[in-house]
Ligand binder design. Structure first.
Ligand SMILES: C[N+](C)(C)CCCC[C@H](N)C(=O)O
Ligand SMILES: O=C(O)CCC(=O)C(=O)O
Length: 476
């Protein structure tokens, strides 16, 4: 009968306690088992594949379920810690009877964050990855209140301790849903006009950064957020923009203050209507945030602002036209900015990027790139696919321009809007008269970095903080 082990050496089909006593012989796929007490409040829901293997090992291990006296006897149970088992290549951690993670010894050694292996201030690796033996094995593995304790062999035994929450959020075999899943996104259509996200200029500018945190969380959640009570000046708007991060300078300048005078070679500097688009499709790295503040509009009408949630429209496209969704996720589109004599931008690689961009690991939609005016010659499509591609962008355009998707709002001096240019498309209606708009681009990395730092400050509480940052921050 197996026992819950504080630590065990798993060799072949035998599980031995660290004192070498054989405590059980198991089939490989039924490593240890039994009702493992939860060691902390984890939301360790398995990915589908992992839960399949977990249910296989759970049913196989049902026969090995320890008796209540075994449980009482187990130190792990008393300390309500995960249980661990070890084989020649990996450490297995049992979070509960259905949830196990497996970490390779070489991976664990490479991720030691003691003062010798990891620079506590710069958060950079010091251990020489390439001097770690490929067949490295631990001398001992033990669950402790602090985390998984591993003693490595070597001229000097080396002790590494890995916090349980860090191991859970970095579990790769299987990937576990992060203990702290990222904020849910709220997808919206035209009805957002009933209650659009907004914060006040005063709270955003407060040096305690709580208002800034609130603003960026709303942008992360909705893809845009208004700021009310902004002094109607370019100076105040520039200062507001820089609360997010340094301004991204482009061929249009740094902070822009523009009107319909073709001062720059782009239709934004005309009175023409602009259909729903994302900016910078001609850049390899389109800006993350675009901030707009209408300073004045005199002697004319029109110039209303259009916002469309690209993630919302993509979700409808995926449900109603899956083959179109797939085509727009696969076919690269080239774009250019060629209106300024001293500049001609196309992305790198020059084949461009698909309209719908997805995360390489999660496969989730992470970026919409669409500007039909800036689109260059269609090249990434075969002759057989060309008609299908035009049909695809017609379907996409129809959904983008549907009354259900479009949120029209007339901006006015005093109200700025920050837009996530990787998710929300913007545009405007044609206008006449004198219209003055100002704003700025902020890079996606600067925006995400600021949000991460604010979440680090206001939302998470991690161990071993050195100079304001935990060496176990989930992003490093
Ligand atoms: C924002 N500002 C007025 C400076 C320039 C606008 C450039 C718009 C360009 N067609 C694009 O889609 O990126
Ligand atoms: O003038 C406007 O309201 C928006 C212009 C625009 O779409 C842009 O600058 O990207």
């Amino acid at each position: 009968m197996s026992r819950l082990l504080r630590s065990a050496i798993f060799s072949g089909n035998t599980v031995r306690s660290t004192s070498g006593r054989t405590v059980a012989s198991l089939r490989r796929d039924s490593i240890n088992c039994g009702p493992i007490p939860r060691c902390c409040r984890y939301s360790s829901k398995l990915s589908p594949s992992a839960s399949a293997s977990a249910s296989a090992s759970a049913s196989a291990s049902a026969a090995l379920r320890p008796t209540p006296s075994d449980l009482q006897a187990s130190a792990a149970y008393r300390d309500s810690l995960p249980v661990c088992a070890v084989d020649k290549k990996r450490v297995m951690i049992g979070w509960d009877t259905r949830t196990w993670s497996r970490f390779h010894h070489v991976w664990l050694r490479d991720h030691c964050r003691c003062t010798k292996c990891f620079h506590q201030i710069t958060k950079q690796r010091l251990v020489n990855t390439f001097e770690i033996p490929a067949d490295i094995e631990p001398l001992e593995v033990a669950p402790t209140a602090e985390g998984l304790s591993v003693t490595w062999s070597g001229t000097q035994p080396h002790l590494s301790i890995y916090p349980w929450s860090w191991l859970q959020s970095n579990s790769y075999d299987p990937p576990l849903e992060h203990a702290r899943s990222s904020q849910e996104k709220v997808l919206w259509g035209s009805k957002i006009q009933q209650h659009p996200p907004a914060v006040s200029y005063e709270e955003v500018m407060n040096p305690d950064d709580k208002g800034l945190h609130k603003w960026l969380l709303k942008i992360d959640e909705f893809g845009f957020c208004f700021v009310n009570g902004v002094p109607p000046t370019p100076e105040a708007t520039e200062e507001l923009s820089m609360r997010i991060g340094f301004i991204r300078e482009t061929q249009y300048g740094k902070f822009w203050d523009f009107t319909s005078d073709l001062a720059k070679g782009d239709t934004a500097y005309t009175t023409l209507a602009l259909g729903a688009h994302t900016d910078n499709t001609y850049f390899t790295d389109p800006c993350g945030i675009q901030l707009f503040h209408l300073l004045s509009h005199t002697g004319g009408t029109g110039g209303a602002t259009l916002l469309v949630d690209g993630f919302y429209v993509a979700s409808i496209l995926r449900a109603t036209h899956p083959s179109v969704y797939s085509l727009l996720s696969r076919v690269p589109v080239i774009a250019h900015a060629a209106g300024e004599p001293g500049a001609l931008y196309i992305p790198s690689p020059s084949s461009g990027y698909p309209v719908l961009g997805h995360g390489r690991v999660t496969g989730e939609l992470v970026q919409v790139r669409w500007n039909n005016d800036d689109r260059s010659v269609v090249k990434g499509v075969t002759g057989d696919e060309m008609e299908e591609w035009y049909n695809a962008i017609r379907v996409w355009h129809k959904l983008l321009t549907s009354p259900d998707s479009e949120y029209w709002v007339q901006l006015s001096a005093g109200t700025a809007v920050a837009v996530d240019n990787h998710r929300v498309l913007h545009g405007r209606s044609a206008f006449d008269g004198k219209r003055r708009m100002c704003g700025a681009y902020i890079g996606i990395d600067e925006y995400k970095s600021k949000l991460t730092v604010l979440q680090e400050r206001f939302e998470i509480n991690l161990p071993q903080v050195v100079q304001g940052r935990s060496i176990w921050h989930p992003h490093i």
